[in-house]
Design a protein around this ligand. Structure first.
Ligand code: NAD
Length: 499
């Protein structure tokens, strides 16, 4: 790969060179106290931009702008069909800018530019279009009531679904643009206004999204984006008394803080949190397909996927073969920068994340695990970690129980279906699980026994806008996507008239 092929396009360079500001109302602003956050390219650790580091004062301004837009602006009176059109226009603009957005995402996050464009941004566009359809389909019910203590009265009872109000959205860095759109889509379809705080490691595509929202025609204050640190801007947003709903995607630890802050102000809250998802290969599975699928389940996006298949359970008869195949796939993966379209694995998002993941690999070694391939950071600049597979692990070990959030797979054999279900469920998390088998009745009998928000069969991390996504147990509260998400962005109002 020549240097010129790896250089950002002129358009991406122009974006990176501009002075980044965040959007509050119709104003592009620096942080009130002038502080900034340095943004680095994880492929080489070099600075590529800096963004304002918002604090409570900036969040206060953004929430005030969102409140004003929600309560008293053309947005508060907009017809559903116009909300639908705006969301479709917004999706069109994202599509038009997809190559640029993908490049920015690759430079900011480290992920493959190909995946950014064809997975992250594609899914975001499809989701916004799916959500646009809901703008005109938010309905209440008419209810024929009796009211027992007033037997002679006549009644007209009905319910209305109304936008919940000002939404505070806080997102993680692993799919920056997509996660932002998972929040913006239902908020804008239902008529809410939004203050979005992207992750400090990956703030850039959110700023471009803010620009596209204005270009699409959203009135000032409907979409506000404040970049900043979690414990400052994030904490200020999650404890703000004038936010009506919080929606969070990130770690379980921070999710608990946000949930507690939400309860103090009785703010509605949904939490999309961590995972430690099992990939279960049954005795009758198509083994080459299962091995390739299990490798993809953990190594896709450098393993930085909330529902990554990070625990592999294989029927004892095939364990050695499947582990050998996955180790072989891992050992032959080419590592490279996100802008390198031939690279099969990019760097992790930050030096901190690289250190954390390597620390887990060391903990695995220390607990007696055998490493079949990988085993630490890759040489050279950038935050790369070699795809790693561990066997001989104790089920109570930290590498089995805790979310590593990197390209590290722990693999164990099982004897029978009961054992597979038991160890798959032996986790504080419950986000996703995949079963690899062609025995339909076996699979159908297993699905209700698996404690997770999604179960995939002969695939893993397959997502669609029309299917709800979210966690059991400590993987979260509520659901993203599908029609289910609309409930979380609306309140139900009951109306009863004596007629
Ligand atoms: P994180 O929890 O550290 O940060 C997520 C966001 O929260 C960031 O914007 C951060 O600035 C903010 N934040 C941090 N501290 C805060 C505080 N005290 N108050 C308010 N906001 C605060 O998570 P991360 O490291 O960015 O992301 C990785 C985690 O996200 C993993 O656990 C992963 O599983 C999870 N995740 C879950 C889903 C899902 O849909 N369930 C999707 C993607 C990522």
């Amino acid at each position: 790969m020549s240097e010129s092929q790896l250089s950002p396009s002129a358009e991406a360079q122009a974006f990176l060179q501009r002075q980044q500001k965040f959007l509050i109302g119709e104003h592009w602003l620096d942080a009130e106290d002038g502080r900034t956050i340095t943004v680095v390219n994880p492929a080489d650790g070099e600075q590529i931009a800096s963004v304002p580091s918002g604090s409570k004062a900036d969040i206060d301004k953004a929430v005030a702008a969102a409140r004003q837009a929600f309560d008293d602006s053309e947005w508060s009176r907009i017809k559903p069909v116009a909300r639908q059109k705006l969301l479709l226009d917004f999706a069109d603009l994202i599509e038009k800018n997809a190559p640029l957005l993908a490049e920015i995402e690759a430079l900011d996050n480290g992920k493959s530019v190909v995946i950014a464009e064809h997975v992250d941004i594609r899914l975001a566009i499809d989701f916004l279009r799916y959500m646009a359809g809901f703008a005109t389909k938010i309905e209440g019910r008419t209810v024929d009531v009796s009211v027992p203590f007033m037997p002679d009265a006549q009644w007209h009872g009905y319910t209305r679904r109304e936008a919940v109000g000002v939404v505070g959205a806080i997102v993680a860095w692993n799919f920056p643009l997509l996660l932002a759109c998972w929040k913006l889509g239902p908020a804008l379809a239902t008529g809410c206004t939004v203050v979005l705080k992207p992750a400090e490691d990956t703030p850039l595509t959110a700023l471009k999204l803010a620009e596209l929202a204005l270009e699409a025609g959203y009135p000032a204050g409907v979409v506000n984006v404040v970049t900043g640190l979690g414990h400052e801007a994030g904490a200020a947003l999650s404890s703000h008394p004038d936010v009506d709903k919080l929606t969070f995607t990130g770690s379980t630890d921070v999710g608990k803080l946000i949930g507690k802050a939400a309860m103090d102000t009785m703010t509605r809250v949904t939490l999309e949190l961590g995972g430690k998802s099992p990939t279960i290969v049954l005795e009758d599975a198509d083994l080459p397909t299962a091995a390739a699928g299990a490798a993809n389940a953990i190594f896709f996006n450098q393993g930085q996927v909330c529902c990554a298949g990070s625990r592999l359970y294989v029927h004892k008869k095939h364990f050695d073969n499947v582990v050998a195949d996955i180790s072989d796939i891992a050992a032959n993966m080419t590592l490279g920068a996100g802008l390198d379209p031939t690279a099969q694995m990019g760097p992790l998002v930050s030096a901190k994340q690289q250190e954390r993941v390597c620390g887990y690999i060391e903990q695995g070694r220390a607990s007696g695990a055998t490493i079949t391939t990988g085993g630490g950071a890759a040489d050279g600049p950038g935050f790369f970690v070699k795809p790693t597979v561990m066997v001989d692990v104790n089920h109570n070990a930290s590498v089995v129980q805790e979310e590593i959030f990197g390209p590290v797979l722990v693999a164990m054999p099982f004897d029978d279906i009961d054992e597979a279900v038991r160890i798959a469920n032996d986790s504080q998390y419950g986000l996703g699980a995949s079963i690899w088998s062609n025995n339909l009745s076996q699979v159908h009998r297993m699905i209700p026994r698996i404690k997770s928000g999604s179960v995939w069969v002969n695939c893993h991390t397959a997502l669609d806008p029309s299917l709800p996504f979210g966690g059991y147990k400590q993987s979260g509260l509520g659901r993203e996507m599908g029609s289910d998400v609309i409930e979380h962005y609306t309140e139900v109002k009951t109306v009863l008239m004596s007629i």
